[in-house]
Design a protein around this ligand. Structure first.
Ligand code: ATP
Length: 612
């Protein structure tokens, strides 16, 4: 056979093939890459390789456990290379000088074991838009990098030390690009390089009077960039030369004014950022965008190979799936760029109010990868398909979902009037009366309706019914959210909040206990008591039915006028929260009971009206 895995460099071989084989011989010690040289030399079909006119333009080998080194004189000879990604492997040793790759736009070497220093020649890659070197073991200092088009730069989680050069390029990135390197200092990472002065400690350094800002003495960056780019910098380094010369009253006065202005701008920037932050951290948002760029690179390099582009998009960026045949109103990229505000952090992730393209408002639940890792991608998709099909006036609809490696998002409608939790406990003082009985009845009916629908329309259960998962719609109708998502939570990893635990049926509190339709009924009973009494479930006493009636009446300060309906609703709550699941009614029966109470109240009103 002519098939060979030889790594010898025969002069007749195409030089790109030689470079690839040379890379493989050092980087792939476990021989995972099946690179065989057959005539005609077909290296453009090798794993991870994409060519344009027989020149390698993309080399993408991700998540392959490649275990070896990145030798100089291997890929560095691929002078047409535009995308180089070796992320998420086990490559070790130094990163070679890549300056010969002058066409390189995307360099992703993150999540490996690279050591040694960051090659200073990165600064010569003047077409590069993305450099990711995070999660390696790189040491030494951050080199001066001034590449105007650089959009993504991340060297976090390494062992870098010393001042971060304050160049016009690097100053565009925030501390997250450098985090996880305790030895780094300077303005960008908000850490003084001189141990004598604090960064934001107001010790007077900010008013040292010389107006210079760089704590990174090694930086060759022009200082005017700090002002011209509108970056407010509080100096961390003590003024050495000019301090003595500028101590007159006028300068001190100016310094105070400047300090006040600086503080106001910092506060304003912090406030704006708080409101406008994307639900993805900057680096993650940019990662998604870069991956899209990599995809568009694929298009450029390969004409109109749409099918392949779709496959790449699915694989790398994940897929935004719109449920129930919804119209696709926005793209993944638009979603990733949405401005977002944290609504709260729950047991399995964080929930955001996101605004896409300044007009579409939605709620995005972003799962914490670690806490839902036990659910496979396939199971997630299956469950989301069922959940996404449900439509009912008392359910917050799931519009879309997304998953990619380590990232899961579920997109709901945004409910403008907050949650039942806020309505019951929110701004009301501790001594405020519980909700009016008509509201209690209406909310109880809405929630029972939604829950009965979930149980009947599908094989789903809610699994996490509680007042923060009941939201109020535009007409203050109660809508259940987060149904069917509890399945993804790994209970051994989620912290138990006493308020949440109190909703859980006794049979589900054991580690082997599984949620069921009957455990949802129990949660509904607890929620009903919360509604009636205004008390957090963790404060509900365990009482026999007769005593429960007395307690509810006492909590409502009832003078007897609410007697009838209150007694009936408390009765419903009591049977729903029976200790034994068999004794609890089904949800449709609970709904019927509540509707019965409503009708009897209406009849009573009617009779009273006629008599009066
Ligand atoms: N669609 C929505 N519209 C408006 N607010 C929402 C929406 N979904 C959730 N919220 C609010 O966002 C906050 C956080 O919700 P999240 O579901 O993350 O946590 P939780 O409900 O407290 O706990 P869990 O994760 O156990 O459900 C809650 O106050 C919730 O009421």
């Amino acid at each position: 056979s002519t098939t060979t895995t030889t790594t010898t460099t025969e002069p007749t071989l195409p030089s790109d093939a030689v470079s690839l084989l040379s890379f493989k011989s050092n980087a792939d010690l476990n021989n995972k890459l099946l690179y065989f040289l057959n005539e005609p030399y077909d290296y453009c079909t090798w794993q991870g390789v994409k060519c344009s006119q027989n020149n390698v333009i993309h080399f993408i080998l991700q998540n392959l456990f490649l275990n070896g080194t990145f030798s100089p004189n291997s890929l560095t000879r691929l002078t047409h290379l535009r995308v180089l990604s070796l992320r998420n492997n086990s490559l070790f040793g130094p990163i070679p000088d890549l300056s010969s790759l002058y066409k390189l736009r995307i360099l992703l070497l993150d999540h490996n074991h690279f050591s040694g220093s960051i090659p200073v020649q990165l600064n010569l890659l003047n077409r590069v838009v993305s450099i990711r070197l995070d999660f390696n073991s790189l040491n030494g200092s951050v080199p001066v990098i001034n590449v105007p088009g650089l959009k993504i730069f991340n060297v976090s989680e390494n062992r870098l030390t010393g001042p971060v050069p304050f160049t016009p390029t690097l100053s565009r990135f925030d501390a997250t690009s450098f985090s996880g390197n305790p030895g780094l200092c300077g303005e960008i990472v908000h850490k003084a390089c001189d141990s004598r002065s604090g960064f934001f400690n107001g010790d007077g350094d900010s008013s040292n009077g010389d107006g210079s800002g760089s704590g990174s003495s090694s930086s060759a960056a022009p200082l005017e960039s700090q002002q011209s780019q509108g970056i407010v910098v509080v100096n961390s380094a003590p003024a050495k030369k000019k301090r003595g010369a500028k101590t007159n009253g006028l300068v001190l006065g100016c310094s105070v004014v400047i300090a006040i202005l600086v503080a106001s701008v910092v506060v304003a920037v912090v406030l704006v950022n708080k409101k406008k932050r994307s639900f993805l951290r900057k680096e993650e948002r940019e990662k998604a965008i870069v991956e899209e760029e990599a995809v568009s690179e694929t298009v450029n390099g390969n004409g109109n190979d749409v099918v392949e582009v779709e496959a790449v998009t699915k694989m790398r960026s994940g897929r935004l799936v719109f449920c129930c045949g919804e119209v696709q109103e926005y793209t993944l990229e638009q979603l990733m760029r949405a401005s977002a505000e944290v609504l709260g952090r729950g047991s399995v992730g964080t929930t955001y109010k996101a605004v896409v393209e300044s007009k579409l408002i939605m709620t995005v639940k972003r799962f914490d990868g670690g806490k839902t890792a036990a659910t496979s991608g396939e199971d997630f998709e299956k469950q989301m398909e069922i959940v996404g099909m449900l439509r009912h006036p008392n359910l917050v609809p799931v519009r879309a979902y997304f998953q990619a490696k380590g990232e899961r998002l579920v997109i709901f409608d945004y409910q403008p009037n907050g949650s039942l939790f806020n309505l019951v406990h929110g701004s009301r003082s501790a001594r405020a009366k519980p909700l009016h009985w008509t509201s209690c009845l209406k909310i109880a009916e809405d929630v029972a309706h939604g829950l009965a629908y979930i149980h009947q329309a599908s094989s789903l259960i809610h699994g996490n019914l509680k007042s923060s998962n009941v939201l109020l719609g535009v007409d203050f109708e109660a809508c259940i959210t987060d149904y069917g998502l509890s399945l993804f939570a790994d209970s051994s990893l989620t912290e138990e909040d006493p308020n949440s635990t109190a909703y859980k049926a006794p049979e589900t509190r054991k580690s082997s206990g599984r949620a069921s339709a009957k455990s949802d009924v129990y949660s509904f009973g607890v929620l009903l008591l919360e509604l009636l009494t205004g008390k957090h479930p963790s404060k509900h006493p365990f009482l026999m039915p007769a005593d429960l009636q007395d307690w509810v009446r006492a909590m409502r300060d009832d003078d007897g006028s609410e007697d009838n309906w209150l007694e009936m609703l408390t009765e419903v709550a009591s049977i729903c929260s029976a200790t034994s699941p068999e004794q609890r009614p089904a949800m449709w029966q609970v709904l019927k009971m509540i509707q019965g109470i409503k009708e009897s109240v209406a009849m009573e009103d009617d009779t009273e009206n006629r008599l009066s």
